[in-house]
Design a protein around this ligand. Sequence first.
Ligand code: NAP
Length: 279
Amino acid sequence: MILVTGATGKVGREVVEQLVALGREVRALSRKPQEANLPEGVEVVAGSPGDADSLAVALKGADAALVVLSGDVAAEARTFAAAAAEAGLRRIVLLSSAGVLHPLPHGIAREHREAEEAILGVDAAWTFLRPGPFHANTSWWIKTVRENSRVRDWIGNNPGAPIDEYDISSVAVAALTQDGHENKAYVLTGPEVLTSEEQARILGEAIGRELDFSVAPREEVVEVFAGITGDREAAVSNVAALHSPEVPWARPTTTVRDLTGREPRPYREWAAANAPLFG
Ligand SMILES: NC(=O)c1ccc[n+]([C@@H]2O[C@H](COP(=O)([O-])OP(=O)(O)OC[C@H]3O[C@@H](n4cnc5c(N)ncnc54)[C@H](OP(=O)(O)O)[C@@H]3O)[C@@H](O)[C@H]2O)c1
């Protein structure tokens, strides 16, 4: 039995589908099981990785787990680690972040580092998946592209190698089901180095119209982030890191090819598949 947390999300849902296709027994954790809409045969347990009681139920009889943390990442990881130790879980694949390798200190990286440390404290085989930015992050542009064909970029315009969620899921499935990935950390990127402006151009080609691209200055992004979270200090450090040219995901890695035997998907495929969302 393999437990998947974040099972209704971008990475988790695809992991569940691939595991089911492989004939694996899958249990999913969701705060809203009645809306989960997962494949037939998947057992859905109500709860979340930050809720110890639901984890006790979800981990019963599980051999391995994919851990996706979407709320308070570090706190959820500690709760999950304690429950996993109690349940005697043997294998944990954690969706972490390439941010843990960032040379600048910032809140997102600290959260994921703490999550990795919590998992290391469990007597289980671990695999850390450390992706850079997801292709789906460009969904943030849907509203302004629909309204007036504009892209306002919040993460600076430095080169990076964004990755498709499908590839992260495929690597997660390999780590969950094959031997040889125990106690390893993998940096995951897409196949090509692109700036946000280049992504906006590719997206424009996919939807059939040119997009007006501009980069929001740091101060504006800090205001937006601080407005959402109420934490100005974290907003400043996160924005500084996101705008830094020294991002750890600027050089493509071979992880997806090494673990899946095929090349990672380029951004243009994501843009073509998701073009209808942009109107
Ligand atoms: N986006 C990036 O560029 C990037 C890069 C590197 C790492 N990451 C990491 O990847 C992880 C997210 O993966 P993902 O995009 O697949 O997840 P996601 O789609 O954002 O969310 C997965 C599931 O988590 C549950 N969820 C959402 N918000 C929550 C909250 N506030 N508290 C508790 N549960 C919540 C929802 O499931 P239910 O409603 O069914 O419970 C959701 O379907 C994060 O840890 C993120 O830091 C992201």
